[in-house]
Design a protein around this ligand. Structure first.
Ligand code: ADP
Ligand code: MG
Length: 383
């Protein structure tokens, strides 16, 4: 079968949140500054994603594009299929109140309202709960973040950590399906931070979608997904997952060097004994590794899934494909292909990654040998 990379992914329109090719350029007196350079990001309902990157890399800007507080210069933001920038300013504001809970990096509590009143504000705005129920609901939320006894205090009368916790309670006030939080634990001691992350985990289990900026590696570990941003660009997540030992700058460089390829179910990706031209990472779907010719039927020796890679054995051993690779019949396959020369370059750049890949090569060769040995025995056994 001839290789048939499809031209277009079929399911671009899935995911509760879809940011497509977002560009944000700030116009300042010092000149234009592009803070986001073509960001694509899709989040499914119930995902708990951590967004990490250096200071100034564009994290807050990216969140602002999702909250609709600032306009992108280019690109689209779809939430639940709705283009949020097709709404008028006031429609978007109401939409935001109903659909998003937002924890701002600098809290933005109203200084003349006490903590409980601050938490009630979003309820008032979208008309959530009966008026006489709101104080009770606000108190419950404050209790949830450990501030029951400070409910009547003004923001300036409590610590920064407590202000941050109150901002988190406020973000939960309307029970919105999406929670966007900019370094929500940045001012908390590790125990309080841990409690907030417990809470976020629980909320995501109950179906809320969470996008959280954080610096803290112990927080990212608890998220279901980590997204790296650097100079206004996202690192491809398949690269980050497939080759976790790379430095972030190398991950970013690779994000520029890979090509996406799409295959229909059952399509052949690599032909056994042909020269291998790429290192392949699986972005979506499953592939089967197939040995041809030595047995009556093709022998499927293993299948690989999202974030696995293949092609490395031939590239490292300088030879041809020792097996065929085909898209499984279950569904289409999306790959990232890194050209042979770029793969060699990468191995030179990251000895740790080379070592890890070599270990996997050895493991795979051993496994293949075991499988073919067992299969041969089986054949002879049956006579
Ligand atoms: P992060 O949250 O990752 O620290 P930001 O998104 O706040 O980064 O900022 C990204 C870049 O955009 C920074 O270089 C910052 O100086 C610049 N920037 C952010 N907001 C503005 C603005 N309103 N006007 C001009 N430049 C801005
Ligand atoms: Mg920021």
């Amino acid at each position: 079968m001839k290789i048939q990379p499809g031209s277009f992914p079929t399911d671009q329109n899935q995911g509760l949140i879809q940011m497509q090719d977002i560009v944000k350029t700030y116009h300042t007196t010092a000149g234009d500054f592009t803070a986001l350079r073509g960001v694509d990001l899709s989040l499914e309902q119930g995902e708990f994603a951590a967004l990490i990157g250096k200071s100034g890399s564009g994290k807050s800007t990216l969140l602002n594009m999702l909250t609709g507080i600032d306009h992108p210069t280019g690109g689209q933001v779809l939430v639940d299929g709705k283009d949020i920038y097709s709404l008028t300013e006031s429609q978007r504001s109401l939409w935001r109140g109903r659909n998003l809970g937002i924890v701002f990096q600098f809290f933005q509590l109203l200084p003349m309202l006490n903590l409980m009143e601050n938490v009630m504000l979003p309820m008032d705005y979208v008309g959530m709960y009966e008026i006489d129920q709101r104080p009770k609901k606000a108190l419950e939320l404050l209790e949830l973040v450990g501030l029951k006894d400070q409910a009547q205090h003004l923001p300036r009368a409590v610590s920064r950590g407590q202000q941050q916790s109150a901002a988190i309670a406020r973000a939960l006030a309307t029970d919105a399906p999406i929670l966007v939080a900019d370094e929500p634990t940045g001012n908390l001691d590790s125990r309080s931070a841990g409690k907030i992350i417990d809470l976020f985990e629980e909320l995501s289990r109950r179906g809320k979608t969470i996008l959280m900026v954080t610096h803290d590696p112990s927080m990212t570990k608890r998220a279901s997904r980590t997204i790296f941003i650097s100079d206004g660009e996202l690192v491809n997540e398949t690269i980050a997952q497939s080759l976790p030992l790379l430095t972030h700058p190398l991950m970013m460089e690779l994000s520029h060097r890979v090509q996406p390829l799409y295959y229909q179910p059952g399509a052949t990706i690599l032909e056994q004994r042909n020269r291998v031209e790429n290192f392949y990472m699986i972005q979506k779907g499953q592939v089967e590794i197939v040995l041809q010719g030595r047995f009556r039927d093709d022998l499927v020796i293993t299948s690989l899934k999202k974030n696995d890679f293949f092609g490395e054995i031939s590239l490292l051993k300088g030879g041809k494909a020792i097996a065929s690779v085909r898209a499984s019949n279950q569904g289409p396959v999306e790959l990232l292909a890194l050209p042979r020369e770029d793969f060699q370059w990468l191995m030179d750049q990251s000895p740790l990654t080379e070592e890890a890949i070599c270990r996997i090569v050895q493991q795979r060769l051993d496994e293949n040998q075991n499988i073919t040995r067992t299969k041969k025995k089986g054949l002879f056994g049956r006579g």
